[in-house]
Design a protein around this ligand. Structure first.
Ligand code: PEP
Ligand code: MG
Length: 539
């Protein structure tokens, strides 16, 4: 038996035979075509065919993984229509007199290198998408078709898997996939999660593994090759327990989030953008407790316009129907930097110019977002939440700006609802002042990620301090209790949307403290539901 350690994309156990996925690696030859105009046309036709294929893939993905997750293929089509990309290829054919395959491959490599050198993790991950689309066009130019039909259940092992390859694989026969390359932010990883397939990345895969028996342990990130009897039995038991747990959890879908002594809890999910809604619905969350709206800002190269934001918020609100959608206003700064905000370098960005501080000093940015949020409120059940609050004065300023926005919308005859408004309690100042703040807002949502870093004075980004970052520290638990009591006394409901909310070791403690809402990653909804239903609020 050999064991390899990688990074897990999705928890789960898979036991089966390995299929080594060999990519077509025929060398791309450079030659001089006689008729360069005809060669350019050959490229244009191939690109058209590739766009057609992507349209088909989009339809297939919509059925299998939902519209939001299929969007990557629309993005690929858009990339293929990008003028810079196309002009670079056509230029190379005419100025260097090369064949279309060569021009596409070289341009694809150049663009991909450019993306991979970007600092932003999102753009870095797009390097793989560029290679995917240029490989597709090269395949069309060569007249070859990739075959992704699986004939039996397998653990697919590959150097890397592009999103288009992942979605073409027969989900019913794919037990797990293991790759050497890939990042947890890539679309392939996102697709794996939405397809609910255990996956490992960063494994030094070998061709010789083809046909061997293996086990993928997505809990520990381990690949066992040719497992011995003892390991196999142990992992089989782990898998049986997992299957059993999954069945039991699935039975919790549609069940109420209510404690043994009858208190109804709001069990919501956290999302970063509209594409996560499918997962929220699949896991049966009652609503969205934290939509980190800054991801909309992180994913573009310009300030998202009012209309772009409105469309995104409206889409989420409509997909969720009558269910609650709490959208947090932008929390840019600290670890979430966006070039076009032109923020100055800071020695201590986590304690710097971020979140509500940006919104209150650059009201144009804030008002654009508020207008989009209020406009979208007419299409669903939206609430607005403000991050990084430290004082009553900030809430007063927010209220003034909100009143201006509402008045403008009324004057313009634009429909909106009178939404619930709340604040994040994620600074010690807000926790200590929560008795005063409670009188001003409708709800509190405790951001334990930041509350822990600011209370314990431990940088949440610093992996070397992981051992000191004790989210169960009594100071944090006391603060949560204090915020709940102060919130209730002031007429607010109180929830937790930081990672601690999903910590099932504390679910019962939170119920006893009187927490009204838990907002967790979609995959944690059912495990937390199980614990809520087994807890009592009273002693
Ligand atoms: C938090 O700080 O707990 C929180 C939910 O916000 P974020 O993780 O986005 O900073
Ligand atoms: Mg925070």
């Amino acid at each position: 038996m050999e064991t390899y350690q990688g990074k897990s994309i999705l928890k789960g156990i898979a036991i089966g035979e390995i299929l080594f996925h060999q990519k077509e690696e025929e060398e791309i030859k450079r030659y001089k075509p006689e008729d360069l105009e005809a060669e350019k046309q050959r490229y244009i036709d191939a690109r058209g065919k590739a766009i057609e294929q992507l349209g088909e893939l989009y339809k297939k993905a919509c059925q299998e993984v939902g519209e939001a997750n299929a969007a990557v293929f629309e993005v690929h089509s858009m990339m293929l229509e990008d003028d810079d990309f196309n002009d670079a290829i056509l230029n190379m054919i005419s100025t260097q007199g090369v064949n279309a395959e060569y021009a596409v491959a070289v341009t694809g490599d150049n663009f991909s290198n450019m993306f991979s050198q970007m600092e932003d993790e999102y753009f870095k991950a797009r390097a793989a998408d560029i290679i995917d689309i240029s490989n597709r066009v090269v395949s069309v130019l060569r007249g070859s078709e990739n075959n992704y039909q699986l004939t039996k259940p397998v653990i697919l092992v590959a150097d890397d898997l592009a999103p288009s390859e992942t979605v073409q694989l027969d989900k019913n026969k794919l037990l797990a996939f293991v790759t050497r390359m890939g990042s947890s932010n890539s679309h392939t990883a996102i697709l794996a999660r939405s397809m609910n397939i255990p996956a490992l990345i960063g494994i030094p895969i070998q061709k010789e593994w083809n046909g061997k028996m293996a086990v993928v342990d997505g809990y520990t990130g381990t690949l066992y090759l040719d497992p011995d009897e003892e390991t196999l039995n142990e992992l089989r038991r782990k898998k049986e327990a997992e299957d059993e747990e999954r069945k039991l959890l699935a039975e919790l879908k549609g069940k109420e989030d209510v404690t043994l002594d009858g208190k109804k809890i709001k069990l919501y999910a956290n999302i970063g953008n509209p594409s996560d809604v499918a997962n929220v619905l699949k896991n049966d969350a009652q609503g969205i407790g934290l939509f980190r709206s800054e991801f909309l800002y992180l994913e573009t190269d310009h300030f998202p316009t009012e209309d772009e934001q409105f469309q995104a918020y409206k889409k989420v609100a409509e997909m969720m129907g009558s269910k609650k959608v709490i959208i947090r206003t932008l929390d840019i700064g600290a670890d979430k930097q966006v070039d076009y905000f032109n923020l100055k370098h800071e020695d201590n960005p986590a304690m710097g110019y971020r979140a509500i501080r940006i919104c209150l000093t650059q009201p144009d940015i804030f008002k654009t977002q508020l207008r989009a949020l209020f406009r979208a409120s007419a299409f669903g059940n939206i609430s607005i939440m403000y991050p990084m609050i430290i004082s009553l004065e900030e809430i007063k300023k927010i209220k003034e700006i909100v009143a201006e926005v509402k008045q403008e919308l009324t004057e313009q005859g634009v429909a909106f609802k009178d939404v619930e408004q709340g604040i994040m309690i994620e600074t010690p100042a807000a926790a200590v002042m929560s008795d005063v703040l409670a009188k001003e807002v409708d709800f509190f949502s405790i951001g334990t990620n930041d509350l822990t870093q600011y209370t314990l004075a431990i940088d949440r980004q610093n992996a070397e301090l992981d051992n000191f970052y004790d989210a169960h520290h009594p100071a944090i638990l006391r603060m949560i209790k204090m915020v709940v009591d102060n919130g209730h006394a002031g007429g607010c409901w109180v929830g937790i949307c930081g990672e601690l909310g999903a910590d099932t070791e504390l679910t019962e403690t939170f119920m006893k403290m009187g927490v009204d809402e838990l907002s967790v990653s979609p995959t944690f909804v059912l495990p937390v539901r199980k614990l809520i239903r087994a807890s009592k609020c009273s002693e």
